[in-house]
Design a protein around this ligand. Structure first.
Ligand code: ARG
Length: 288
């Protein structure tokens, strides 16, 4: 089965407002031609191992390139995002129309509950479990709705560092059962929650430097890991576990607070079912 990923070309991408700390001082500071080349390099690399779907970019909604925030798709059902900021709420009808056009049943949040899609909701790869980041963008109140609509256990994680405002900026479950994450982005209770469900030998803690370079904002497909940049040490750790790391510079998108993972939405999430697989540490992910 081929992986399907939704992307949106940066035809109208720019930093036009400030809704996260990365955007501060960067209004109109993106190089559009460079952004296009970086996005194309990412699409080309991911396109080698996955089928890419494209949603047409819309003028006036510059953050629409970050399709991770379009919604959350599981088993052909789409939960449409409801953004906290007005600037991004304008993307909602465009993404909803695209999901509907795919024949997906749509689930919508009530007006007073925010949920920013796969940017804040990541499926565990060892067990049938959805991790939900809240505290900056999505509301914890979306957890019971997601659990009901998608028929999956949801574990909320509180994000406490404004630079890591979406879960996918600091947390990346990897096929094969490992978890790449930045512990300092979470409160103590959430770190305990993670430890309770992901054994120590499967947790890969990113350094502050790697986290700041968006190394946790990685797209993982089979053994491939696509990211902006990772230290030699982190690359070695991942490679020892069987992953192949592809570094694709995404400086222009980082000015808006996003990198590789933010620019993609997985349309066929592989959710673990049944009992926990008994993975030997170092056995790594399946080929693909
Ligand atoms: N400027 C966008 C925002 O603040 C960036 C979104 C990044 N997306 C993500 N999934 N982390 O909403």
């Amino acid at each position: 089965m081929t992986t399907r990923i939704l992307m949106c070309a940066p035809d109208y991408f720019n930093v036009a407002y400030v809704i996260n700390p990365w955007m501060e001082g960067n209004i109109a500071h993106c190089d559009p031609a460079l952004a296009m080349r970086q996005w194309q390099a990412l699409a080309h690399a991911i396109g080698a191992v996955a089928d890419l779907e494209m949603i047409e970019a819309v003028d006036g909604v510059p953050d629409m390139v970050f399709t991770a925030n379009a919604g959350l798709v599981l088993a052909g059902k789409a939960v449409v995002s409801h953004f906290r900021h007005l600037e991004r709420q304008r993307e909602e009808p465009h993404f909803a129309r695209w999901f509907a056009g795919q024949g997906m049943p749509l689930f919508r949040l009530p007006d007073d509950i925010y949920f920013e899609g796969a940017g804040d909701a990541l499926f565990d790869r060892r067990q049938a479990l959805l991790w939900l980041g809240w505290g900056h963008r999505s509301d914890a109140g979306s957890a019971p709705l997601l659990a009901d609509w998608l028929d999956i256990e949801v574990q909320p994680l509180k994000l406490v560092n404004p630079r890591f405002y979406h879960l996918d900026t600091c947390f990346c479950p990897l096929e094969g059962g490992y978890l790449l994450y930045y512990p300092d982005a979470f409160d103590a209770k959430s770190r305990h929650r993670i430890a309770a469900r992901v054994p120590a030998q499967y947790r890969i803690a990113a350094s502050a430097g790697d986290a700041a370079a968006f190394a946790c904002n990685a797209v993982n497909i089979g053994r491939h890991v696509f990211l902006n940049q990772a230290s030699a040490r982190l690359r070695k750790t991942l490679e020892e576990k069987g992953y192949q790391v592809h570094q694709i510079p995404l400086s222009e998108f980082m000015k808006a607070g996003g990198a590789a993972k933010c620019l993609t939405l997985r349309l066929d999430e592989p959710v673990a079912t049944g009992p926990l697989p008994d993975l030997a540490p170092g056995s790594g992910p399946s080929a693909g």
